[in-house]
Design a protein around this ligand. Structure first.
Ligand code: KG4
Ligand code: ZN
Length: 343
């Protein structure tokens, strides 16, 4: 069925990774024909966080060479362009969406607008989707529990009321004088600490909903450091990480028990955290469920995840012309839900 294949160029520039990829779908099979990813982490480490205008300048700088590389390597005709339109940093998003618009205009192709979180979700859902699915999305910008009853159908069950889980890792890492991004460095330090050394709060556990809150935890870390000068950074890191992982795991289990999903998905940058991976796996599997974790290579931002959901959205008819898309710093994932397909 080679002639029914669809080929997409996928673009991701919502934060500090410039991602481009060419993917092809033939029947149910999705192949990555080429990919490129340029991380700006080293640049943002100098300022301890992402400065949006700096991120945009870096995306602009690397975009054309990366585009040339993926097109040359894939060496195929492109049928459509999938691009992250939001949420994210506006100047960064604008680089990818404007490039997608220019290419769609020049090549006379449709655009498939993608919500960044859809990308993370599909990186764990594929290659063997099953519904209903419950997804825990944890990244630097998001902490969400999402129910999917079918492809491209999203219902947000709960989300963070303040900081995202990854943001909490980054902020606490800064309190511990660890380099940006804090998640990987803090979890490394936690390996040599005692997770029971300090009992940090597990906020919202009995809130009766599926929302999270992490800003109080950050304050508790600040007080613990101030009030106990003899405490080790490794113990603080381990105890903090344990509190975040407990909160995420317990809320996910509550949601799983409520909606009786067939599978649970874990994705987003914080899904790289090994304590979270093992504790959530044990919690879901001991209750008879199955956990699907995004492959490590797709936990951070990338264009492959955008291309994967783009291929399915293309088939569902979720295409626009270049005049119809806009980058949006904030956009609700439920707004992307398309009517269920029959047949
Ligand atoms: O998905 P991502 O690359 O970008 C966003 O969409 O935000 O996630 C980045 C976040 C950062 O906050 C980073 O500190 C966190 O993921 N992160 C981790 C780990 N690796 C990355 N957090 C905890 N443990 C890790 N191993
Ligand atoms: Zn992300």
């Amino acid at each position: 069925m080679a002639d029914s294949a669809i080929t997409l160029l996928a673009i991701e520039t919502s934060c500090d990774e410039t991602g481009l990829a060419v993917l092809r779908k033939t029947g149910d099979k999705i192949e990555v024909l080429s990919q490129a990813l340029a991380s700006q982490v080293d640049i943002h480490a100098l300022t301890g966080g992402v400065v949006p205008e700096v991120a945009a300048r870096e995306h602009t700088k690397v975009f054309r060479p990366l585009l040339q590389k993926v097109l040359k390597e894939a060496n195929v005709e492109i049928d459509a362009i999938a691009v992250t339109i939001g949420p994210g940093l506006m100047p960064a998003l604008a680089v990818g969406t404007t490039a997608a618009q220019a290419l769609a205009y020049a090549w006379n192709l449709p655009i498939i607008p993608i919500h960044h979180v859809e990308g993370h979700l599909y990186s764990a859902l594929l290659p063997n989707p099953a519904f209903p699915a419950l997804a825990l999305i944890v990244s630097g910008g998001h902490t969400m529990l999402i129910e999917m009853k079918d492809h491209l159908q999203y219902q947000v069950l709960g989300e963070t009321r303040d900081d995202a889980a990854g943001e909490a890792f980054d902020k606490v890492a800064r309190l511990l004088d660890l380099p940006y991004p804090g998640g990987p460095t803090l979890s490394k330090l936690a390996e040599s600490g005692d997770p029971k050394a300090i009992v940090f709060p597990r906020p919202m556990l009995d809130s009766g909903d599926f929302d999270f809150s992490f800003s109080g935890l950050k304050t508790a870390v600040l007080y613990a450091l101030r009030d106990n000068p003899e405490i080790t950074k490794a113990d603080v890191a381990a105890s903090f990480q344990q509190a975040v992982v407990d909160s995420l795991t317990r809320k996910t289990v509550q949601a799983y028990q409520k909606i009786q999903s067939r599978i649970v998905l874990l994705a987003g940058g914080v899904a790289a955290n090994s304590l979270l991976r093992t504790e959530l796996k044990t919690a879901i599997e001991s209750r008879g469920g199955g956990l699907r974790i995004a492959p490590l290579s797709l936990c951070g931002d990338n264009a492959i995840m955008i291309g994967q959901v783009g291929l399915l959205a293309y088939e569902a008819g979720r295409t626009k012309n270049w005049r119809e898309i806009d980058a949006k710093a904030r956009i609700h994932i439920e707004a992307m839900s398309s009517p269920a397909h029959s047949g």
